[in-house]
Ligand binder design. Structure first.
Ligand code: ADP
Ligand code: MG
Length: 411
């Protein structure tokens, strides 16, 4: 029931009026923890928009007002990008709607297509179907060129936010949207993912790597975004994408987004979560999460790091091992990709991706790469070849990002 959960009850054909337009609801596009999102047409301009109607409640309303002011800040200060090319989804209008139980905030956004979670699901089920038919299946979930474009634009969008002193804090597949350029006719709007972005499992890898038309994505859902010099909360990020500094109560900054991007890249590559923590009989979800991180990346660096963490003592013993989980199975990223996912580790792309991923997943915030620096990674070069030295020598300019490791103090 929509109203019990605080969502505004919306019916197809409902109309909403703002200062500048009148919108008619055509169909539902999606929903999240904060809102429901509807395809609407503007009865004034004829334009199609995505109308996000936020749930009732003080916290949701406050978050929505923050989302609006952050989006406006990003748009007003739009130095380099025309609105259509902005790597962040554009806000077109906002107003309030009187519901039966109170006032909802509504935001009209430029219309986008499906989110990346849908793309992942669709390709995963295709792959699964092919495998069950005993067809040969590529280890890649998406064509490499599509993957390259998605990751590059994700870095670009996040870098754009970071350079405007904004941290997303909730990067995950549901919040990254694919641009939709097709003509819309009538009120039927399928929003299918064009097959060109799907990998056909029976195709050999090399044929399926050249996408016909480049995929375009934008960063969306700034409902949890925060400022680099004014963190609105320390309880940030969706579980699977949550950085170790957040789990441990270390200071954090813009580079928390980069950890989430690392987790997302793995998911785009394999279709699986990188970390999927569970509650156990003798340990918490956070402890399982830390164990999984350590199994992949090794032990936390030093006692210096521990000293900066509010909750390090809660989870670790003096000898740096976990209090409640003793048996760890170390399994490096490279081995996971090779042994579990059957990637060919002689493939240059997978080696480059592995390097890129590990640069997103550094514990030490001064060593974790920022998005702008990662955009220069050799993986994004045409006909990318793996060269260890080139990877090692990639400059890390993370110190140029405001508040990259901690809440920046006002001058
Ligand atoms: P929440 O804060 O509730 O998570 P989001 O902004 O993430 O809200 O929107 C929820 C879902 O609605 C998204 O995952 C996406 O599928 C869909 N959606 C959001 N904005 C748009 C848009 N501009 N165009 C098309 N679909 C959208
Ligand atoms: Mg969302």
């Amino acid at each position: 029931d929509y109203s019990i959960l605080g969502y505004h009850p919306v019916k197809i054909g409902d109309e909403f009026t703002s200062d500048i337009s009148r919108y008619r609801v055509l169909r539902k596009l999606g929903w999240g923890h904060f809102s429901t999102v509807w395809l609407c047409s503007s009865l004034i301009s004829g334009q199609f928009v995505a109308l996000k109607i936020v749930k009732l409640g003080k916290n949701y309303t406050e978050a929505a007002l923050d989302e609006i002011s952050i989006l406006r800040l990003l748009q007003e200060d739009d130095k380099g990008y025309p609105v259509d090319d902005s790597p962040v989804v554009s806000l077109l209008d906002h107003f309030t709607i009187q519901g039966p139980n109170g006032t909802h905030i509504a935001m009209a956004f430029e219309l986008m297509g499906e989110n990346l979670l849908h793309l992942i699901f669709q390709n995963k089920s295709q792959k699964f179907a092919a495998a069950s038919q005993k067809e040969p299946v590529s280890p890649y979930l998406l064509p490499v060129d599509t993957l390259r474009l998605i990751i590059f634009q994700l870095l670009q969008g996040t870098d754009y936010m970071h350079r405007h002193s904004v941290i997303h804090t909730d990067i995950k597949p549901e919040n990254i949207l694919i641009t939709h350029k097709a003509e819309i006719s009538g009120d039927i709007f399928p929003l299918k993912i064009p097959t060109k972005f799907q990998i056909l499992p029976s195709q050999p890898l090399h044929q399926s790597t050249s996408a016909e038309e480049p995929i375009e994505i934008k960063v969306a859902d700034l409902g949890n975004a925060t400022f680099c010099n004014l963190h609105l909360s320390d309880h940030i990020q969706t579980r699977q994408y949550r950085a170790p500094e957040i789990l441990l109560g270390h200071s954090w900054g813009a580079l928390a987004d980069v950890w989430s991007i690392g987790c997302l890249i793995f998911e785009l590559l394999t279709g699986d979560y990188l970390f999927e923590p569970n509650l156990g009989a003798s340990f918490t979800k956070d402890e399982d999460h830390l164990a999984q991180i350590i199994e992949l990346l090794g032990v936390f660096p030093s006692m210096e790091y521990a000293q900066d963490c509010e909750r390090y003592r809660k989870y670790f013993l003096d000898n740096n091992s976990l209090r409640h989980i003793s048996k760890l199975k170390f399994w490096s990223l490279e081995s996971v990709l090779e042994e579990k996912y059957k990637f060919d580790m002689a493939d240059d792309n997978i080696k480059l991706l592995c390097d890129l991923l590990l640069k997103c997943l550094r514990y030490d915030l001064s060593e974790r790469y920022d998005c702008g620096s990662l955009m220069a990674h050799p993986f994004f070069k045409k006909d990318a070849k793996f060269d260890q030295r080139e990877c090692d020598e990639l400059p890390n300019n993370n110190f140029n990002v405001p508040g990259f490791t901690c809440e920046e103090q006002a001058p």
